[in-house]
Each structure stands twice: as C-alpha cells, then as structure tokens.
Design a protein around this ligand. Structure first.
Ligand SMILES: [Fe+2]
Length: 475
C-alpha cells in the first residue's frame, strides 16, 4: 500500500514538473522574462593577496602580467605587454610561427609610473608586425634563465563570411566570483578566440589610495587568458582614476599605461575610443566617460568612423561601451542617457547589430528598439520596435567586489527580453554574413548551459525580425 502511495506521489510530482516546464516555456515565448533563478546573496570578496592566482612567477625578474592585444586595424599585428619587478631587463619579444623554426625578434619599450605612494614595476610593450593571418605563433619574453613562453593565434583575414567566436565579459574584478566567471569562459565548449570586454577591469580604485598593487594582482590573475587571446578593452568608470586628492588629474592614465590599444590605426586621438576589424566583425569601442556631445572629439571621430564601415567586408557591426543605453535595473539607471541622445540615431541609421555594455552588475538583453523620434515638443519619448536598431546587451556581470545589482525595476519594460541578476559571460558566435548565435552562461550552471540565447540576423544582410518575445511588437 505504501509503495502504491509513493508511486502515486512520484507521478503527481512528475506531472507538476512537466506542467511547470510547459508554463515556463509559454511565458518565455510570450513576453520579456525576468528570471526567477535563485542565486547566492552573500557579498562577494576580492581574493586575498596570497591566493594562488596572484602568485609571482618563479625566477629573478620573471615576466609577469603578460597580455596581448590586437596591434593594428585588421589583425596582422599584436601588442605584447608584461611587467618585470626587479629591473627593466629586456623589452624584446622572440616569436616564431608554429610551422617555422626561424625565430624573429621585435623590440619594444619599457615605462614606469607613480600613483600617489605606489611605484609600478617595469612595464614593457612590444608590437609584433607583419604577422600572417590565421596562424599560431609562439612567443617568449624575459632574459637569461628567466624566460617565459606563450602562444597566440592571429585571426583569419578580414572577410564577410569568416566565422569567428567572441567571448563577451564585463566588470570582472578579482573576486572569487571573477575567478569562476573566467573559469566558465575558459571551459565553455564554444571556444572564444577573443573577448569583447566592456569595461571595469581590476577595481583597484576601490582600495584606499586606489592601491595599484591590485592592478598587479589582477594582471597576474588574468594572465592565463590575456597572454593567449586579446581582450578588446573598453574603459569603464573604474579606469578613470580622477583623484585630485591624490594629485591624480589625468583620466585613464593607469589603464592606458598598462593596457595599450591600437587607437591610432583607426585615426583616433584617444585610446579610449577606437575601432578594429577582426574576421567578419567591425568593432567600435566608445568611452562613456569622455565628452560625447555634439562637436566633441569623440563625436567627430564616430561620425567619420561609421562612414568607413563596409558591410560587404565586415557584415557584423558591434559597438562596445561601459554605461548601457537601455537597461531596466535600478542600479545606474539612465546613466547612459547622455550618450543615447547623441549616438542612438546613428546606431539605427547605420544598422548596428549589437551594442554590448556593462556597468550594471546584472544581465539583460533587449529587443530591437529605438527611441529617436522625440524632439522636446512632440512627446514621442517611448522606445518603439525598430528593425534597424541594435540589440542592447548589458553584461556587467563578471563578478566584481561590488556584488550584484539585484533590484530590477517593475514592471519589466516591453523592450526588455530577458533579465537576471547573476554573474556570467556570453558568447557571440558568428557563423557567416547573415547569422550569429548568441548565448549567455550563468556561473552556477554547467559549462555548456545557455541560460539565455538568440539567433542574431545580420541587420545589413538579413534584416528580418529576430525578436524573441511577442511583446516586442511595441507600438
Ligand atoms: Fe562600472
């Protein structure tokens, strides 16, 4: 009798579970979704200074904090950067392609800086040029007994149907959660070949006197990815370092000294806004914390820059910035509004495929909407569905010391397709000129689980509706 009762109970549980799943799918199909996923709420903490991920590599003056970055506009050059602690040593990089025994040398330069009572190690930057596309290279830095070897793979030649997989990460910091985010990215079965990083790197400025030792720990922690694939840097508010009380008035000085980008290759005069091409993507990086009003340098640069994009060469037009233009989280609400007013109409006119932003420590994906009709007199100030508009993705959920932004504004706006306050990363998987598969991966799931996903249809080549909620037919 007891056995029959248990069996009946089990069946009922199964029926309820199936019903819940069906209802859940129905909800997902019909409207924007606010996830009910339950996550831990404890405050996240930076990993302590004696953590294994922060260990200094062994050997006298051993190169540390090794990282690479695309060094030109198309991907035939790479900037290699590293730090030596004891003495300048050598700024030369030895490199060779996988199938060649011929080792070449590139000479770099070394710089140091002071920040209040901190003095940096010797920071080396060396640009390797004239590389072959789609080729694995090994490289070696350091001298004498203390050399270290790494490798990178150059991107395929720029072209319209070149598949390429980007990781997308923001606001990562150096907490235990940051380490989980990085580990999840590394173990995702979809292997990102470069990362679109939307700002806020080390959060060193959260420490007294913006203790730059935390830039060094961050560089050592992140080396396991940064030395092997480029992270396309965007400046966040934690990179500004405007601290007059410490005598620091030059914006982004530490960030720009440590993490160079090829801004001159896109005729920019400032490293915090620039562009690169990589495979089939044209990536424009903007600075939320630099002037962007009409007639500002960034305004003029972007106006000219958008004219240079040739969708027959690079179908995928991607914009990175730190402060999101669309998000329905209570945190940093409307902070991107000044940039939206100036640049949104250009994004629509030029059919930008996607805008990735961070800053808000949660995840949110919008439908394709624009809000460009308002002229201060006509009252038309509601976002409307717009097939020429980008999808706005807020991915400031890398796991930093400030924790999650878990107050979601109610009701969820119609333009908001999916939102959740969990840490994670995303993958933008370009298949060809018309299709890209996008997925968001929360840290608590298995490596292959897609907590949110959509197929992107390219706005230039395949401009049909790719919305994922019926409510996105906003009037
Ligand atoms: Fe931020």
């Amino acid at each position: 009798m007891m056995g029959l009762q248990a069996s009946y109970n089990n069946n009922m549980v199964a029926i309820v579970v199936v019903l819940c799943l069906v209802m859940n799918v129905a909800i997902m199909c019909n409207a924007g979704k606010t996830s009910s996923f339950v996550r831990k709420v404890e405050k996240t903490e930076d990993m302590p200074l004696d953590s294994d991920v922060f260990q200094v590599p062994p050997g006298y003056n051993a190169p540390q904090q090794v990282h690479i970055m695309q060094g030109d506009h198309v991907g035939k050059a790479v900037i290699v950067s590293w730090v030596t602690a004891d003495e300048p040593g050598s700024s030369t990089v030895l490199y060779w392609s996988e199938n060649s025994k011929l080792k070449k040398q590139a000479k770099g330069k070394v710089v140091t800086y002071k920040f209040y009572n901190y003095t940096s190690g010797y920071i080396h930057h060396c640009t390797i040029k004239k590389l072959k596309f789609n080729t694995k290279y090994y490289y070696e830095v350091g001298t004498g007994q203390t050399t270290r070897q790494f490798w990178f793979k150059t991107p395929p030649e720029v072209g319209p149907d070149v598949p390429y997989i980007f990781g997308v990460i923001g606001d990562i910091g150096q907490t235990f959660d940051s380490n989980i985010t990085l580990t999840h990215y590394e173990n995702n079965p979809k292997k990102g070949e470069a990362v679109l990083f939307v700002g806020d790197l080390s959060y060193a400025d959260e420490y007294p006197n913006a203790d730059n030792v935390r830039w060094d720990t961050w560089g050592r922690f992140m080396e396991r990815s940064l030395a092997y694939q480029p992270w396309i840097w965007t400046a966040g508010n934690h990179e500004i370092d405007y601290k007059p009380e410490l005598g620091e008035r030059k914006l982004f000085r530490v960030f720009n000294t440590r993490y160079p980008v090829p801004y001159k290759a896109s005729e920019s005069d400032d490293p915090v806004w620039y562009s690169i091409k990589r495979a089939s993507a044209y990536i424009i990086v903007l600075s939320s914390y630099s002037a962007h009003g009409k007639y500002s340098p960034q305004y003029w640069w972007l106006k000219d820059e958008l004219k240079k994009v040739n969708r027959s060469e690079t179908p995928w037009l991607i914009v990175l910035m730190h402060a999101p233009l669309y998000n329905s989280n209570d945190d940093h609400y409307m902070e991107g509004e000044s940039m939206r007013i100036v640049f949104e109409s250009w994004f629509v006119k030029n059919k930008v495929d996607v805008v990735f932003a961070g800053h808000v420590h949660a995840y949110e994906r919008s439908e394709r909407v624009s809000n460009v009709a308002y002229n201060i007199q006509n009252g038309l100030c509601t976002p409307v569905k717009d097939r020429s508009a980008p999808v706005y993705i807020n991915i400031g959920d890398g796991g930093n010391i400030q924790g999650l932004s878990n107050i979601l504004r109610e009701p969820q706006p119609d333009y908001s397709a999916y939102r959740e306050a969990s840490f994670g990363h995303a993958i933008f998987d370009i298949k060809n000129r018309t299709h890209a598969h996008y997925s968001w991966h929360r840290n608590q799931d298995g490596y292959a689980v897609e907590a949110d996903s959509m197929w992107f249809f390219n706005r230039h080549w395949h401009q049909i509706d790719d919305s994922t909620t019926s409510k996105s037919e906003i009037q």
